[in-house]
Design a protein around this ligand. Sequence first.
Ligand code: TYM
Length: 326
Amino acid sequence: MRIFSGIRASGAKTLGNYSGGFRQYAAMQEQGEAFFCIVDLHSITTPFEPEELREATLDLAALLFATGLDADRSTVFVQSHVHEHPEAAWLLGSVTSFGELRRMTQFKDRSAEQDFVSAGLFTYPVLMAADILLYRTNVVPVGDDQRQHVELTRDIAERFNQRFGETFIVPEVMVPEEGARVKNLQEPERLMSTTRGAPQGVVRLIDPPDVVRKKFKSAVTDSGREVLHDPEKPGIANLIEIMSVATGESIPEIEARYDGQGYGPFKEDVGEAVVALLVPIQHRYQELRADEPQLRGLLARGAAKASETAAPTLEAMYERMGFVRP
Ligand code: TYM
């Protein structure tokens, strides 16, 4: 089984990224041949600073290994190191419609927030489809916000196969049952995001323990009677889900354990559980990030393996589309 996922190299990654992404990657690398791509080419579709992009790329590499990816099992690489990605994206642009891209919710949300909407932001999902399809991927582990992009990838794959002959595997999306939509702690109706929403409600994987505790202490809960089990209460539901991600306990178990207690102590306990989860990750992260030559070496190894896998797919695309090859 082939597994592929991508992670944007921008901002400091959040507890949401861990919950919907990193956590799944580490588990899935045991189940097949896994590729994890730091998508730096996607990072330039929204405003960015060159110096920060360089740092963010290496930070993210260290974080991926720190959260459990094993360089001997998984191929971890940087998208811009493998030229097949943008080339394949250009080819796939011919089987993607303007209407499809215009309907993407991520594009609608992000473009509404910016004065300068780049062409790259619009064609972002085509590059994402190229990422996935080049590896003849069976399963794509992502959080819920990326589901629509993977569904578009499936449509693009089917359309290409129909028009030019069987070339791609049509991939399945894999979204975790719990923790696929971690919300901002201050604004529980919106997703926790690296770049948007109240900063006090965004828990970053490299936040110091005291900062994490404080963010949970001030998390917005809901008014009315303090009961844990109430689907009408997005703030508390989010905290329960985070607790479940941090400890591995099921939601009913957590609800039973805190039954009849107030929100205050519960919020503190969730904060402690997240601190216990993050501290070992942060230690490994600091160590890995301090050795840049080693990190670059791992990424070079990853890129070589990725390119070896992607090149034959790209070649098949060119052939089937009628290009004269050099
Ligand atoms: P990115 O970098 O925004 O996010 C990385 C992963 O984290 C998940 N995620 C969340 N999960 C739960 N709760 C949240 N609040 C939350 N926020 C983010 C995302 O769903 C994602 O799985 N477009 C992708 C990167 C990409 C990609 C790909 C993914 C490029 N090519 C190919 C899969 C396959 C993105 O921006 O992820």
